[in-house]
Design a protein around this ligand. Structure first.
Ligand code: FE2
Ligand code: FE2
Length: 173
């Protein structure tokens, strides 16, 4: 099975909007993941469930890496060293990224090769853990961090962010 990753948005004219569109996708995919795991637990694995596992694997594998890169290499450097409050937030969010990535490393082999899943309870536990970390992190950014940024980043900086993010996606980067 081959899947292609589709960006949540094609429009990179405003970096902050790109980040918000990833957040929306993460919340939506998280709901899909939990629903899928519920069906696997109740009905067992079948071809359709396996297809959806691999599809989600393809999405997360690429989307999480790109999104963390956008925040750590483009957003954080742009606003760091402005206030203790923001620096504290950045530190906390970067730690969250590490935790999310660690949880993904555990879940990824199961989602990527669903035909080898033997322990469905383990799948459920890992999926719940990953989804919870991701959802809480996205909510924290949406509610506490991004509103602060909206006050501090001007339109030009948001355009610059979008350009840098688009550049990071060019082949060879
Ligand atoms: Fe983040
Ligand atoms: Fe984020």
């Amino acid at each position: 099975m081959q899947f292609q990753f589709l960006e949540p948005t094609e429009d990179f004219s405003d970096g902050l909007k790109v980040l918000y569109s990833y957040h929306e996708q993460f919340l939506e995919r998280g709901r899909e993941l939990l629903a899928l795991v519920g069906r696997i637990i109740s009905d067992g694995m079948n071809e359709q469930h396996a297809y959806q596992c691999v599809q989600l694997h393809c999405f997360y594998q690429r989307a999480n890496a790109l999104h963390h890169q956008d925040e750590e290499r483009v957003l954080f450097p742009l606003i760091v060293h402005r206030s203790f409050l923001i620096d504290g937030m950045i530190e906390r969010l970067a730690l969250d990224h590490e935790e999310i990535e660690e949880a993904w490393v555990e879940l990824a082999p199961m989602l990527g090769r669903p035909e080898h899943i033997v322990d469905r309870e383990k799948l459920k536990r890992l999926a719940l853990e990953f989804e919870k970390l991701q959802r809480e992190h996205v909510t924290r950014e949406n509610e506490d961090f991004f509103p602060t940024l909206e006050e501090r980043l001007g339109p030009e900086q948001r355009i610059e962010m979008g350009e840098k993010m688009a550049n990071l996606r060019k082949p060879g980067r």
